[in-house]
Design a protein around this ligand. Structure first.
Ligand SMILES: NC(=O)c1ccc[n+]([C@@H]2O[C@H](COP(=O)([O-])OP(=O)(O)OC[C@H]3O[C@@H](n4cnc5c(N)ncnc54)[C@H](OP(=O)(O)O)[C@@H]3O)[C@@H](O)[C@H]2O)c1
Length: 274
């Protein structure tokens, strides 16, 4: 048995190699990643770019966009950058239009942007807080998907990934409205997947645990909080952005061609499910 497998590899090493490469390759694909000048979004852009995609990075501040573009270019990644506050409809439209003009189409959307302007008891949260959180974290994610779908259809299909959170399954203390917005993304994933499957577009979601970024610095900079988190983790450390970027790139690749409507938790074993 072993001898015949070895013989097969020796007689046909090139085809084995090509097959492996073509599965995870994103050469020729164009990927929009929102909020991608830092943290998980930047790591997702890098992971997609390393697999050959042309990545379009964006965030609210031009100086952050410039820095991210320079960093990705220094890693030989094909990249275009622009400002886009996902909460503004004119910015979402500009992002999509610019991508189509510069790259000729859209194959991948990673909807990563989120805000959290409120810490405290959920009963103290105001209408303004809810409008902001749901507007950016959920409504903008849907409206951007709606804008890119016609372009994916022109390419014969595509892939959408929403960035949710472990807080979607178990609301985090003092983060009630944010947690609810992340739960809504699980529902959005499930609602969109069957409808967009007709257009050969897969819709999936990733739910990170605590990842070392600016967004979560209040958690990982406090040793007592980190120790408390570690009790819930199987892998006894905080995650790195690249560990989420890789999951996102997998979901966007042909390796995940039979996965849609799914959420992958990447939490170091926190709240793992049966
Ligand atoms: N870090 C964690 O532990 C963790 C855990 C679970 C889920 N998540 C989720 O992961 C996603 C990314 O978070 P992160 O931790 O990577 O954050 P981060 O490192 O703080 O990066 C945030 C990025 O978002 C951009 N941004 C902020 N508001 C924006 C807006 N309205 N429109 C467009 N871009 C915007 C920022 O750039 P500008 O300032 O230039 O706009 C920056 O590039 C979020 O959806 C978050 O909920 C994070």
């Amino acid at each position: 048995m072993l001898r015949s497998v070895t013989k097969c590899l020796l007689t046909n090493p090139v085809s084995v190699c090509r097959r492996t490469m073509s599965h995870s390759s994103l050469v020729g694909k164009t990927a929009i990643v929102t909020a991608s000048t830092d943290g998980i979004g930047l790591a997702a852009a890098e992971a997609l770019g390393q697999r050959g995609a042309h990545v379009v990075v964006s965030s609210r501040r031009q100086d952050n966009v410039d820095k991210a573009v320079s960093l990705l270019l220094s890693k030989n990644i094909q990249v275009t950058g622009t400002t886009c506050n996902v909460g503004k409809s004119e910015d979402r439209e500009k992002l999509v239009q610019m991508t189509v003009e510069k790259c000729g189409g859209i194959d991948i959307l990673v909807s990563n942007a989120a805000v959290n302007p409120f810490f405290g008891n959920i009963m103290d949260s105001t209408e303004e807080v809810w409008d902001k959180i749901l507007g950016v974290n959920v409504k903008a994610a849907f409206l951007l998907t709606k804008l890119v779908v016609p372009h994916m259809e022109k390419r014969g299909g595509g892939s959408v990934v929403f960035v949710s959170s472990v807080a979607a399954y178990q609301p985090m203390q003092a983060l009630g409205p944010y947690s609810v917005s992340k739960t809504a993304l699980l529902g959005l994933t499930r609602a969109l997947a069957p409808e967009l499957a007709h257009s050969n577009i897969r819709v999936n979601c990733v739910a990170p645990g605590v990842i070392k970024t600016r967004f979560s610095s209040a958690l990982w900079q406090n040793e007592d909080i980190v120790d408390e988190f570690k009790k819930q983790l199987a892998i006894k450390r905080i995650g790195e952005p690249a560990e989420i970027g890789g999951v996102i790139a997998f979901l966007c690749s042909d390796d995940a061609s039979y996965i849609t409507g799914e959420t992958i938790m990447a939490t170091g074993g926190m709240s793992c499910r049966l």
